[in-house]
Write a protein that binds this ligand. Structure first.
Ligand code: F0G
Length: 351
């Protein structure tokens, strides 16, 4: 097998591209599927993590962005725009550089994590900090894309969802079939929709015997699928999924219902506890929002609502380095020592 070529080339037959499409790629996809030994033990299931923080800009957004930017390039776009809680803007900014395009990003003022901001800045995006939340930013981005020559690369762009199907393909390819259950965080609801489309395509093609039930988890303060209506003022420490009015509402609800799945909420406390479990016991460092799937799975197991013995895949959506404050704040400051082995041994308790 040769080197990984990125999701457009690896899954070209499934992608909305032709020979005329200039493929703009950073080698995204091909991320590890890592067995979660501790979560498996705690749930009595066989649990795997799809580690999407290993993508080029550190989140799953790259899978969709390679397709969206390639299509924009094919259509002759000189500029792209997105609303973002941070990861989409980091990805759009990087792929726009590759394509020689201008990238405008609209972010909720003061509500995006440091690492994501550093990426958009490093890639030279034109950043506007909007006096509003993500939902306001998306409305503004849609208005601008409707009226000006700038391509919208949020997940309302179907190219994004097409690219994000590739994660479901990779999981089925790695396991040899679909899992029994697939679990993931839900924010703007594009990713759960894309996974369901991907698992559906593979089953239709006869590459898998079944489709998984889809279990999505939102943050309790930003859980419109739980309340059944948009949330006007969404609140959560998991800023990536601080979204009250998901754009892919209907697709996500269909994924939930057709699969016999669910979309529920987890508290910020449960999210942080899963975040710490992943980093301190599984060795997988994710950003807080990314831990909401694991948080939900553990809660279902505790409540006796998870049948044992299932094969379960959980998407952990973004890298822990995106939002390092949550690892640093509250942690003890490492002791300072002289260059002296006897002191170091004592402090480390190695005697
Ligand atoms: N996890 C992370 C780390 C995210 O950045 C997002 C969405 C989600 C989960 C939820 O995925 O929206 O497809 O349901 N982030 C978007 C952004 C909104 O702007 O980066 P979804």
């Amino acid at each position: 097998r040769g080197a990984w070529r990125g999701v457009v080339e690896e899954y070209r037959d499934w992608m909305p591209v032709s020979a005329a499409t200039p493929v703009v790629t950073l080698g995204e996809g091909g991320t590890p599927l890592v067995r979660a030994n501790v979560v498996s033990e705690l749930t009595g299931c066989d649990v795997y993590l799809k580690v999407e923080g290993m993508n080029p800009t550190g989140s799953f957004k790259d899978r969709g962005m390679t397709v969206a930017i390639s299509k924009a390039a094919e259509e002759g776009a000189k500029a792209v725009i997105c609303a973002s809680t941070g990861n989409t803007s980091a990805s759009a900014a990087a792929y726009a550089v590759r394509a020689g395009m201008v990238c405008a990003v609209l972010i909720p003022d003061g509500k995006i994590a440091l690492g994501k901001m550093s990426q958009a800045l490093a890639h030279g995006a034109k950043i506007l900090q909007v006096a509003g939340n993500f939902d306001d930013c998306l409305r503004l981005a849609r208005d601008l894309a409707d009226s000006y020559p700038v391509a919208l690369v949020n997940s309302v762009n179907p190219a994004r969802l097409a690219g994000q199907m590739s994660a479901a393909f990779e999981i089925a390819d790695a396991l040899g079939d679909a899992p029994d259950l697939h679990v993931l965080p839900v924010g703007n609801a594009g990713n759960i929709s894309a996974y369901w489309m991907g698992f559906t395509e593979y089953e239709k093609a006869g590459l898998t015997t079944h489709r998984p039930r889809m279990y999505g988890f939102q943050a309790a303060g930003a859980a419109p699928f739980v309340s059944g209506a948009p949330v006007a003022n969404p609140q959560t420490i998991a800023t990536a999924i601080r979204i009250g009015n998901p754009a892919s509402w209907d697709l996500a609800a269909a994924a939930r219902d057709e699969s016999g799945g669910l979309i529920e909420a987890v508290t910020d406390r449960q999210i942080l506890s899963a975040y710490r479990l992943l980093s301190s016991r599984e060795g997988v460092f994710v950003e807080p929002a990314s831990a909401s799937g694991v948080a939900g799975l553990l809660r279902l197991a505790e409540e006796g609502r998870l049948a044992r013995g299932q094969r379960i895949t959980v998407t952990v959506t973004g890298n822990g380095l995106k939002d390092p404050d949550w690892a640093i704040n509250g942690a003890p400051t490492p002791p300072k020592v002289p260059v002296d082995a006897s002191v170091a041994v004592g402090v480390l308790g190695l005697e």
